[in-house]
Design a protein around this ligand. Structure first.
Ligand SMILES: Cc1cc2nc3c(=O)[nH]c(=O)nc-3n(C[C@H](O)[C@H](O)[C@H](O)COP(=O)(O)OP(=O)(O)OC[C@H]3O[C@@H](n4cnc5c(N)ncnc54)[C@H](O)[C@@H]3O)c2cc1C
Length: 289
């Protein structure tokens, strides 16, 4: 299928993009920002999205901060137009290496070369790797709108099925990750290589010496949006090892109420959760002395 008719507008900078969104909406249009187009265009082709105007952020790639990757004082900052591939190939410190390792799970190379971090977070798919990573590593989304800039913590970003806290007249300018995690991993199961995951699991372990003091467990594909699982996180502390990871996985499975849909039963999602949480814990613990 082809998309419904729309007008096309190129934004020259962030202020221009916000002004275009505001003016088009005031004129009765239903405008949308387009970045890599790797989610929005398929949605438009299937007529699941019907914006009447597109505001293209492509020219903003010339703005250095929009494609910058920088680490400073325990924070990793990614410009909104940083692509999945740029992160995959970046030389990040061990604190953030989980981001580069995870990118191999995102679609295929052409998708990773075009798709952006901010686009993924605003799209808000419940299994999107960036959405899980945002919760895992305490991301803060910085969005600019007509009233100026505001910061949205990852914990307040996801409002449900493909719904996020970013308003239609806002442009995300950068994403900051504020929780360095050298012992972290994301694992997932998809039917075919490059597909979205059916379930994915991300784990970050807080390690002191050789002991695990706590950490994060985040799941995708078990609820309308990605979720942290406090019950599983409570089971993380103690001596690292397979018994502990089994207890964490048990706690995760007991805490979730996954959907039965699209030929994937809730029972199957639970089984995947058990396996993936265990695997993510093992991988995250790999470097513990
Ligand atoms: C075959 C295929 C397989 C895929 N597999 C995966 C996968 O396994 N995992 C995964 O996570 N993704 C997958 N994707 C999606 C891909 O990662 C997209 O790149 C990503 O979801 C959206 O990024 P984008 O830059 O392309 O955003 P776009 O498609 O341009 O936009 C997506 C949404 O974000 C909004 N938006 C974009 N940028 C901004 C901004 N700066 N400020 C405000 N709003 C913004 C748009 O208005 C739109 O609502 C797949 C896509 C395809 C086609």
């Amino acid at each position: 299928m082809k998309p419904a008719a729309f007008t096309y507008h190129r934004a020259h900078d962030v202020a221009d993009a916000v002004a275009l969104l505001t003016d088009l909406a005031a004129a009765g249009e239903d405008p949308k920002v387009i970045a890599g187009g790797q989610s929005l265009m398929p949605m438009m082709n299937f007529r699941l999205a019907r914006p009447t105007a597109l505001v293209d952020l492509g020219p903003l790639r010339r703005v250095p901060s929009m494609t910058a990757i920088s680490e400073r004082d325990g924070t990793l900052t990614l410009g909104a137009l940083v692509t999945h591939h740029a992160v995959e190939t970046a030389t990040l410190s061990p604190d953030w290496a989980v981001l580069s390792r995870t990118m191999r799970w995102v679609g295929h190379r052409p998708i990773r070369s075009r798709g952006t971090v901010a686009g993924s977070l605003v799209h808000g798919d419940a299994t999107a790797e960036w959405c899980l990573l945002a919760l895992l590593l305490d991301a803060v989304v910085v969005a600019e709108g007509p009233a100026g800039r505001r910061e949205i913590p990852a914990g307040e970003l996801f409002h449900g099925f493909y719904a996020t806290a970013v308003d239609p007249d806002e442009v995300v300018v950068e994403v900051r990750f504020t929780r360095p995690s050298p012992h972290a991993a994301l694992t997932e199961f998809a039917r075919r290589h490059g597909d979205f995951a059916i379930v994915d699991a991300a784990v970050a372990l807080d390690v002191e010496g050789s002991a695990v003091r706590g950490g994060r467990v985040v799941l995708g594909g078990v609820a309308p949006a990605p979720v942290r699982v406090p019950e599983a996180e409570a089971a993380l502390a103690g001596e690292a090892g397979d018994d502990r990871w089994a207890a964490v996985a048990d706690a995760a499975v007991a805490a979730i109420d996954p959907p039965d849909d699209g030929g994937t039963t809730a029972a199957y999602r639970r089984r995947l959760t058990r396996t993936l949480v265990t695997d993510a814990c093992r991988e995250a613990a790999g470097g513990i002395p």
